[in-house]
Design a protein around this ligand. Structure first.
Ligand SMILES: Cc1cc2nc3c(=O)[nH]c(=O)nc-3n(C[C@H](O)[C@H](O)[C@H](O)COP(=O)(O)OP(=O)(O)OC[C@H]3O[C@@H](n4cnc5c(N)ncnc54)[C@H](O)[C@@H]3O)c2cc1C
Length: 438
């Protein structure tokens, strides 16, 4: 039986290892924890969610909702564990952070075809291998990748703080989802005066100095709250603090800070959209100006971090294989996909692709008509020097041939087309696999 190597037991690495193991390949999964950790990883479990506990929208008319549904249908380990550990979050799929990672770890450790090798990989391995060491890949491995493949790029990303539920002032916060769709969020309403006082303090607050040798380039979709605030005095009130669909005594507040449940018991909440690079004392001072958070206890402070990714359009094929090096694949955030779900999706494609390569089957192409395929095509074609990490979006998918004016209907039609293609591809792959086994 073919032996394969997967480096990094994060979201992408676990998904890739699972896909290979389920197809009968023996997988060695190398993980540096607990001996060595990145600054963002805290637990000893695999598939650790390092910031938010949300896998974002679970609705089909949303691109990440479609991506998740495609992954479910393709037998994703990460989605099955997320579905089993979900916590209420309106239309989103949020999970109990520790329960989720513990379940993935149990499934991986319990698979008869997977063995765990504890330790740090220090160079690009021999094929067949998948490298899924994440956005904080550094040290000798990063140097070897840069040496062998050319300069790796980097930019910055930021994470939001988490507060304990018992430290909130429950006479001020109220439970509700927007537009009366349940009561999954805790909301901190602000008057006009409270909002402007908070805004002023935020734009003047002290941030952590960044290392002099690194120029910060922040991903537009994950801007620190203070950076967003500096764009204008009402930017937050129209952005993450928008009050739409929320009322107190029949009236809409001037602004609302939303808190999303971070674990199943509901003892921890994260501040939605509050990724930040403020110093820890400044986070305590400024965020305690939010009504209800006056005495908030921070279970985790927000942080800003380096995010390393490859110039993938110059290096990778649409199945995440490395051009010119048969049997070597990359997966996860390191390839320039952005987000938990996207990272796991690329692991799924890379694992599937490697299994097909080892069986002598042609590469799998999910095409630009599916979310999983459109993401892979973006990563492998991109736009040269300006290549930037990307969340999945309907804009990446091949447009419909006819015009559908209503956005929701258009997205649902795209989703229906995508799910049909996933089904066709899956039937074809299953047929080829059973022919090979016969
Ligand atoms: C601080 C931070 C906050 C983020 N917040 C969010 C968020 O809120 N929502 C979201 O959707 N995305 C977020 N992201 C982006 C991204 O979705 C996550 O980083 C995601 O975990 C990426 O998955 P991955 O499998 O590529 O890498 P990871 O999950 O980081 O997994 C990589 C694994 O490889 C291991 N490893 C690293 N180097 C080596 C080595 N040399 N040898 C052996 N093992 C190694 C690591 O220990 C880790 O277990 C965030 C990223 C960071 C860094």
């Amino acid at each position: 039986m073919n032996k394969t190597l997967v480096v990094g037991a994060g979201l992408a690495g676990c998904e890739a290892a699972w896909q290979l193991a389920e197809r009968g390949f023996l997988v060695t999964l190398t993980e540096q924890k607990p001996r060595r950790r990145t600054p963002a990883h805290k637990s000893d479990d695999f598939a650790e969610l390092v910031c938010s506990n949300s896998l974002r929208s679970d609705r089909l008319e949303n691109a990440v909702g479609l991506l998740k549904e495609e992954m479910r249908r393709l037998g994703s380990l990460i989605l099955s564990c997320a579905d089993e550990t979900r916590v209420p979050a309106g239309g989103a799929l949020a999970v109990d952070r520790e329960g989720f990672a513990a379940l993935v770890t149990r499934r991986i450790r319990g698979h008869k075809n997977i063995e765990i090798a504890e330790g740090e990989a220090t160079c690009l391995p021999e094929a067949p291998a998948i490298i899924a060491t994440g956005p904080l890949t550094d040290g000798p491995l990063a140097q070897d990748i840069e040496r062998q493949l050319g300069q790796a790029l980097h930019f910055y990303d930021a994470a939001a703080p988490i507060v304990t539920a018992e430290s909130l002032d429950h006479s001020k916060v109220f439970a509700a989802s927007r537009y009366g769709r349940g009561a999954d969020y805790l909301n901190c309403p602000m008057t006009r005066e409270e909002y402007f006082a908070f805004w002023q303090a935020l734009v003047e607050a002290q941030t952590v100095p960044l290392a002099a040798f690194e120029t910060p380039r922040v991903f537009e979709g994950c801007l620190p709250v203070e950076t967003l605030a500096k764009r204008g005095e009402k930017t937050l009130a129209f952005g993450p603090l928008k009050p739409v669909g929320l009322e107190v005594d029949g009236r809409r507040p001037f602004a609302v800070v939303q808190l999303r449940r971070d674990n199943a018991p509901g003892s921890l909440y994260n501040l939605v959209g509050f990724q930040t690079n403020l110093t820890f004392p400044e986070q305590r001072r400024v965020f305690s100006m939010i009504p209800g958070l006056e005495k908030a206890e921070f279970a985790r402070y927000g942080v800003m971090h380096r995010n390393t990714f490859l110039p993938s359009p110059q290096l990778l094929n649409h199945d995440y294989s490395l051009r010119g090096r048969q049997g070597l694949y990359f997966a996860g955030q390191l390839t320039g996909v952005e987000g938990y779900v996207e990272s796991a999706a690329s692991g799924l494609v890379a694992g599937l692709a490697m299994a097909r390569y080892l069986r002598g089957q042609p590469p799998v192409d999910f095409t630009r008509q599916t979310a999983i395929g459109a993401l892979a095509h973006y990563v492998s074609s991109g736009n040269g020097l300006d290549f930037q990490p990307m969340n999945v979006a309907f804009g990446l998918l091949e447009p419909l041939s006819g015009r559908v004016k209503n956005k929701r209907e258009r997205n649902l039609t795209l989703a229906e087309r995508a799910l049909n293609i996933v089904k066709e591809k899956q039937t074809l792959m299953n047929k080829e696999d059973s022919n090979d086994i016969l």
